[in-house]
Write a new protein. Sequence first.
Length: 184
Amino acid sequence: MKAALALGAMAVMAAGQAFMQAEQQRAARQAQANSAQAQAQTAANNALAAQQQADLALQKGEAEKRRIDTERDTASRDYQAQAAAQRSLLASGNVDLASGSAADSLLGNAAIYGEDAAANRHNWALADWQAGENARQALLQADAFNAQSQGYSRQASWLSKSAGNIGNSLLSAGLAGARAARTF
């Protein structure tokens, strides 16, 4: 009888230890699941920030292109005004505008304006490319953060599910051990 009681006490002790181990493992898994869920939320927030950064890059590019367009329009108006004033002055002095140094002067000014216009077009194309490239990089980063967030979410889900299963399986094993010890 004493042996049976000792075995019964050992079985209860084993069951209690199994329960405590199961509870510790369940708590550890749940903590891991909570951590993974927090990491998933952080990654999702980073993805949103990267998306906003992409939008901002495009907006900055549009603003820069508008600034360059304004610069082009101003340069064009200034050139036209200067060319008209030069032609008017030359014509008022009865200078032939069709040939000679007066025509060369007007053509030289037109060439300078053409160079300025070409530089303006280049700057506009560069601003457009830079904005697109910055936005593309930010969107790639957003995609990476979204994938990371989904991975952490799946991990958190699995850890939460397995945390509940640990308690059940170890507790069941401990109780089965206690029942088996009683049959001896």
